[in-house]
Design a protein around this ligand. Structure first.
Ligand code: JFZ
Length: 604
């Protein structure tokens, strides 16, 4: 990502992520109508995103040159004039398109809804529109309305059809946001004209002509005023009261939140949210993008998102001929097989009751059940701390006979110690994620405090810290991944309360992250900060340096850097506090120290 146009977009994405993050801190007021329309969506948990449009014709290449970046942005990245881009319509003839096949694939994958681009930023309507002749029926040799066909196929299969609609960016129109290579820059546009004359009429068409829709996925609300965001949301709800509106309509007007692309929320999340994820590195088809995520990564993402109460919207980018790429088909079928056995732990499941991540896997729940997802098989035994429910039965979800697994619950309530150990067969019953179902009475009841884990490690995740701001102007906060941002004032500090059950000597390790996206200027990681840790009556001083790196397998976009902060001996079990302070901050850009966690790891 080196060319200037990419840099512009990168910055825009950062702004979007910040907008999304700030929207998250607001709680949505309980609205009975919203509660009603979101029920199906909470059950669904897994949907198919489809990015399909004229951009599938160039497929990432313009005039013989590969254009870097996401495929559906090619018109923008290559600054293609409207008059030239329009010509693509004459070449768009997806004769291999078969709505029933696409819907069957989604169904086989275990997906419950489909969100397809009815119009992306390029402005081309993928349905028969009366409001603009720049559409698939009027402007291509194909002449069919694929959205009509999909609507019929979805209805038959019991899948909810949903439309993506770019309500602000429209590079085809003088007054739509985004095109400054044919038209004046955005501030000089009459956006209200575009909004009234194209966006609203097209949204009305979508809601009128394709039967009941699950949701409208608005996106990138550039130039949209709060009034306009509220207005278009109300329009959707008026025409179809049960149709949801995505958070990216803007100004927090939607029915649920959309995480940044490929981003996964952390901690106990009480709002409804969804993460859109690419299967390779593009949404719209690109012929030379072969960087497919593996099935284990995709299943891990689904499980991790479900364990935090979110929905997983996994993208496919069909070709200009109308085919979903084979690598996507294979992966989806494989996920579907896993879901046929293990879907009970996903559909309608509730999140992990612990605020922190477990070191052995993920938890999902429902009334009367805890599901322990083991993505790496521990062999022989799994021990989990902090479950206070009395367990009535344990078995493997993949075991049709539901053979009882031996387990033992012990502990010492005086020090809040609760331990559950489950005996396991040597071989995992599933090659991706084997699930232990624990039967309990009622809902989950777990120790809320941050506590030592069976391995002996205590992981103090940044987003669970108490934040001590030096001044009212301190900008220290957390990004949607739970990583610290804006820690640029060395006088800001963090602290955590935690429980230790086993006295001993611990290495203190800081986990920080690389910058989210490669940027033109500045290092991908900044060290050299002088740190002070106060714990168990001791003070430890260190300088942040890179000791190692690893990637989070459920979030391939996240690379951690580890730095040693020192060693401490804690000689009794009980409640402790750790304070993390900076005595100096290096490279005081806007980003500061990107802390993800501090870990206390038993010393060897
Ligand atoms: C948008 C589109 O621009 C893109 O083409 C694709 O359709 C994607 C699903 O959505 O891109 C965004 C929008 C918001 C964020 C990131 C990418 N965000 O909030 O981080």
């Amino acid at each position: 990502m080196k060319n200037p146009s990419t840099r512009r977009v990168t910055c825009f994405l950062c702004v979007m992520a910040l907008l999304a993050a700030s929207a998250w801190s607001q709680s949505t007021t309980p609205d009975p109508q919203r509660e009603q329309r979101i029920q199906w969506w909470r059950q669904a948990r897994f949907g198919m995103f489809i990015h399909w449009g004229l951009y599938a014709v160039p497929a990432g290449e313009w005039k013989g040159k590969p254009i870097p970046g996401i495929g559906e942005w090619i018109m923008n990245r290559a600054r293609i004039p409207v008059a030239e881009y329009e010509q693509l319509a004459r070449q768009f003839n997806p004769v291999k398109f078969n709505a029933e096949e696409w819907v069957r694939l989604a169904k086989d994958a275990g997906m419950k809804y489909i969100v397809i681009t009815s119009k992306h930023h390029d402005g081309f309507a993928m349905y028969g529109s009366k409001a603009s002749s720049y559409n698939i029926v009027d402007a291509t040799p194909f002449k069919r309305d694929p959205m009509k066909e999909l609507a019929a196929a979805c209805r038959k299969a019991g899948i909810r059809l949903c439309f993506y609609y770019s309500h602000a960016q429209d590079w085809h129109e003088r007054d739509g946001a985004g095109n400054d290579w044919d038209f004046p820059p955005d501030p000089q546009k009459n956006f209200a004209k575009y909004f009234e004359e194209k966006a609203k009429p097209q949204v009305r068409e979508l809601l009128a002509n394709y039967g009941p829709l699950g949701l409208i996925w608005f996106d990138t609300p550039r130039l949209i005023t709060k009034e306009q965001a509220v207005e278009i949301t109300a329009l959707v709800h008026k025409l179809q009261p049960s149709c949801l509106v995505s958070g990216r309509v803007g100004h927090n007007a939607g029915d649920y939140d959309s995480a940044g692309d490929n981003q996964i929320s952390v901690g106990l999340v009480r709002r409804d949210w969804e993460t859109p994820v690419t299967m390779n590195d593009t949404w719209g088809f690109k012929k030379d993008d072969h960087n497919w995520k593996s099935v284990p990564v995709l299943i891990r993402q689904l499980v991790r998102i479900t364990s935090r109460g979110g929905n997983y919207l996994l993208n496919v980018g069909p070709t200009a001929e109308g085919e979903i790429p084979q690598p996507s088909v294979e992966r989806l079928r494989e996920i579907g097989q896993w879901l046929r056995v293990n879907g009970e732990s996903i559909y309608g499941a509730s999140p992990n009751p612990f605020t922190y991540n477990l070191e052995w896997g993920f938890i999902t729940t429902r009334e009367g059940k805890l599901y322990l997802h083991l993505l790496d098989w521990p062999q022989k035994q799994l021990t989990v701390y902090g479950i206070r429910n009395k367990i009535r039965n344990a078995y493997l979800l993949a075991d049709r006979g539901r053979k009882h697994l031996a387990f033992k619950q012990e502990g010492d309530p005086a020090i809040d110690f609760y331990s559950t150990s489950i005996q396991l067969p040597v071989a995992p019953p599933d090659k991706y994620d084997s699930i232990i179902a624990l039967e309990i009475r009622g809902g989950p009841n777990v120790l809320p405090a941050l506590a030592q884990q069976p391995s002996g490690t205590i992981s103090l995740e940044a987003h669970l810290a108490d934040v001590h701001k030096a001044t009212s102007g301190s900008v220290i906060a957390f990004d949607p991944r739970g990583v610290v941002t804006g820690w640029v004032d060395a006088r800001d500090w963090l602290s955590w309360d935690f429980r230790i059950f086993r006295p001993g000597t611990y290495d203190l390790i800081a986990l920080t992250t690389l910058r989210r996206m490669p940027r033109a200027a500045g290092p991908e990681w900044q060290g050299g900060h002088r740190m002070l840790v106060e714990v168990a009556g001791k003070q430890l001083r260190s300088t942040m340096s890179e000791d190692g790196r690893f990637v989070d397998p459920s979030n391939p976009l996240m690379t951690y850097v580890t730095s040693k902060l020192g060693q401490v001996t804690i000689d009794k079990a009980g409640a402790f506090q750790l304070a993390l302070k900076a005595e100096s901050m290096e490279g005081q850009g806007k980003l500061g120290l990107a802390l993800a966690a501090v870990r206390l790891v038993p010393a060897k």
